[in-house]
Design a protein around this ligand. Structure first.
Ligand code: M6R
Length: 364
């Protein structure tokens, strides 16, 4: 039930600290064994040389973030593709490929079809990262990592996404251990993961401020979302949320691509949303933001307090708490969820059941 909340989506956004706590519970011990996944399948996981991630929509964005983590931390090459493309193209399966599907429902037709077509001997195993224990995807995969977000009713995926990221982060750390990454690095990230529910709680306190910000989007027809590194998929997720529930056209770009085309669109009628945590790409991002300002674009930036970005003409900055690097994409997703939510409510759309969409896409 929605209880005190006006919509399921809002309830589910606010449930994230609890959902994340449940996802992490019992899985952060020094073993990071993930419900026996690693102890029971040690041989199999040691044979992994390549990871192919397949998903759709929001779950695909989770996969894109996992790829940055997998390659940077565990040193495992990884590819991510939307299921509807992967299943219909002739592709090469490198030896030692772990096939990973990510899905909230576990019933998405294209994702299931891609799983069912994995018949190459080069696959070492099929792992489902899924929120529904009794789903087809879970039943048909020999390896399973449940996200434990609890039922998600709103069509726009929120807590399913952040719990997918937490689960994937643990998977990457466990994988890193198998690959011989030093224990101190792994422990440091496990410690940071423990701070996640509390950090999300802090971001939820920004709700009123974000609601105010939303007013400036209500009359707009187009928006651009920018990010770099793991924030590029975060920007994609922000854009998907906005278009899905508010019906405002939204596009996401890796900030470095601006001058390769989208900069031509920028004027004061198109708000540009940027995600600016204090990471190694901050300075690069800042110079991209200058490019937008110089062209009269209206910037809305979710920034780390230390990023030295301040409100100015044409630039509204919303300060985020300090976030450990490994949690940045998870934490910075939340203000974008709230932004879309409030814009949609102000535009009077059916937030939980947007037009033309279904919660689970069981047909192709
Ligand atoms: O159940 P799944 O995670 O497989 O669903 C995938 C997409 O249909 C889903 O994420 C969709 O993009 C959401 N409505 C986005 O909010």
């Amino acid at each position: 039930e929605k209880g005190e909340y006006r919509h399921y989506m809002l309830k589910e956004i606010f449930e994230q600290p609890v959902a994340l706590q449940r996802t992490l519970e019992g899985r952060l011990g020094s073993v990071a064994d993930l419900d026996g996944l690693f102890s029971k399948n040690a041989d199999l996981l040691e044979r992994v040389r390549f990871i192919q991630i397949i998903a759709c929509g929001t779950s695909y964005h989770a996969g894109m973030i996992a790829r940055y983590w997998l390659e940077a931390l565990a040193g495992v090459p990884c590819q991510v593709e939307v299921a509807s493309e992967f299943r219909y193209r002739t592709h090469v399966v490198p030896e030692g490929t772990l096939f990973v599907t990510i899905s909230q429902s576990g019933e998405t037709a294209d994702t299931l079809a891609a799983l069912r077509a994995t018949n190459s001997p080069n696959y070492v195993g099929r792992l489902a990262v899924c929120n529904v224990d009794s789903s087809s995807l879970v039943r048909e995969s020999e390896l399973v990592l449940l996200t434990r977000a609890g039922p998600e009713i709103g069509v726009a995926s929120t807590k399913a996404f952040t719990t997918q990221l937490a689960a994937l982060k643990m998977l990457v750390l466990a994988m890193a251990r198998v690959r011989g990454v030093d224990e101190a690095t792994i422990q440091a990230q496990l410690d940071e993961l423990r701070q996640l529910p509390g950090l999300i709680q802090q971001v939820l306190l920004l709700d009123d401020e974000i609601e105010k910000l939303a007013e400036q989007f209500v009359e707009k027809n187009h928006t651009l979302f920018l990010g770099r590194g793991t924030q590029y998929p975060v920007a994609m997720e922000g854009a998907l949320k906005l278009k899905e529930i508010s019906y405002i056209h939204a596009e996401a770009y890796p900030a470095g691509e601006l001058k390769h085309g989208p900069l031509a669109l920028v004027d004061k009628e198109m708000p540009v949303v940027a995600v600016a945590p204090n990471d190694e790409l901050l300075e690069k991002l800042k110079s991209n933001l200058q490019e937008v300002r110089a062209r009269g674009g209206e910037l809305f930036i979710f920034a780390d307090g230390d990023a030295a970005l301040e409100n100015e003409d044409g630039m509204t900055v919303l300060n985020m708490p300090a976030v450990p690097e490994c949690l940045i994409p998870i934490v910075y997703t939340v203000p974008l969820q709230l932004l879309s939510y409030h814009v949609a409510v102000m535009r009077g759309t059916d937030v939980d059941q947007p037009r033309n969409l279904a919660k689970s896409v069981t047909v192709e």
